[in-house]
Write a new protein. Structure first.
Length: 278
């Protein structure tokens, strides 16, 4: 694959590394962006694989719950300018789209677009700007399961959590706030895909092999150190390890909260406007 200025800039946005470092990494990786990220990480230039990139999009992410609070929908609607995304009229349009999705419960994005076509048409006429129904997800709670939601910065981030039982609005919202602020990638370490684990292990093994302080260590010790690095890094990417947002001490993790209160987080969804899907 060719290395272009666009691919260099995209890599820089994902890793925070310098332009020249990104260019060298892409050349070494024959233009493969994922391999280039690994190369930068191995060299200590990029500390983490920032999987979240950004599109050139403005808009709003929002959440709606059904009257019985057993169905939740989360959406991201894009527009062209931040002026429009911050307007009350646009937020009314997004609310209408959320309500329509709750009513129709479309099975695909194509169906969702079709079900809300009239709302988008009216919006374009009224606001003279193009809009895009970028993504959505519908979740259903069963039995005692419940939802918590939080919308940050006027809709720049929307987070939804599902719990195995109703813990009240404060805890459920606090957990959604935790998802918003800490941006976990996974619920638990068991949810990490095998290829992601293998990728982290390869990086950790190379770091250990190139560490002069570990040069005299037996291979088994090096292998153990690499495995611990992987467990630590992937554990840090999970919601359970994050500090609960409403604990002012910053010492109470989500795992500890769940254990103390006797409940489980079943899943979470975090939409950030302009964020690339993983």
């Amino acid at each position: 694959m060719a290395v272009t200025i666009q691919s260099i800039k995209a890599l820089q946005e994902r890793t925070g590394a310098g332009i020249m470092d990104c260019k060298k990494a892409l050349i070494e990786a024959n233009g493969d962006e994922e391999k280039a990220i690994d190369i930068l990480r191995e060299k200590g230039i990029a500390k983490a694989a920032a999987k979240a990139g950004r599109t050139a999009a403005e808009g709003v992410a929002s959440i709606g719950l059904s009257a019985d609070k057993k169905t939740a929908v989360i959406v991201e609607i894009n527009c062209e300018t931040d002026f429009v995304s911050g307007s009350p009229k646009f937020h009314e349009i997004v609310d209408s789209i959320v309500n329509r999705c709750l009513e129709k419960q479309p099975a695909t994005l194509e169906e969702a677009v079709k079900a809300t076509e009239d709302i988008f048409t009216d919006a374009v006429v009224a606001m003279r700007e193009n809009f895009v129904f970028r993504r959505y997800l519908i979740l259903k709670a069963e039995g005692e399961e419940s939802f918590g939601k939080y919308i940050h910065a006027g809709g720049k981030i929307a987070c939804l959590v599902e719990l195995n039982k109703d813990m009240g609005e404060e805890i459920s919202k606090g957990l959604a706030m935790t998802v918003a602020s800490s941006a976990p990638e996974f619920l638990t370490i068991e949810d990490v895909p095998a290829d992601a684990k293998e990728r982290e292990l390869a990086i950790a093994q190379k770091e250990v092999a190139e560490d002069p302080k570990l040069a005299s260590k037996p291979d088994q010790v090096k292998a153990t150190i690499a495995e611990r690095k992987v467990a630590s890094r992937l554990g840090d990417a999970c919601l359970g390890s994050k500090a609960y947002a409403l604990d002012m001490s910053g010492k109470l993790s989500v795992d500890q909260l769940c254990k103390e209160k006797g409940f489980q987080v079943l899943r979470f969804v975090r939409y950030e406007v302009g964020q690339l899907s993983k």
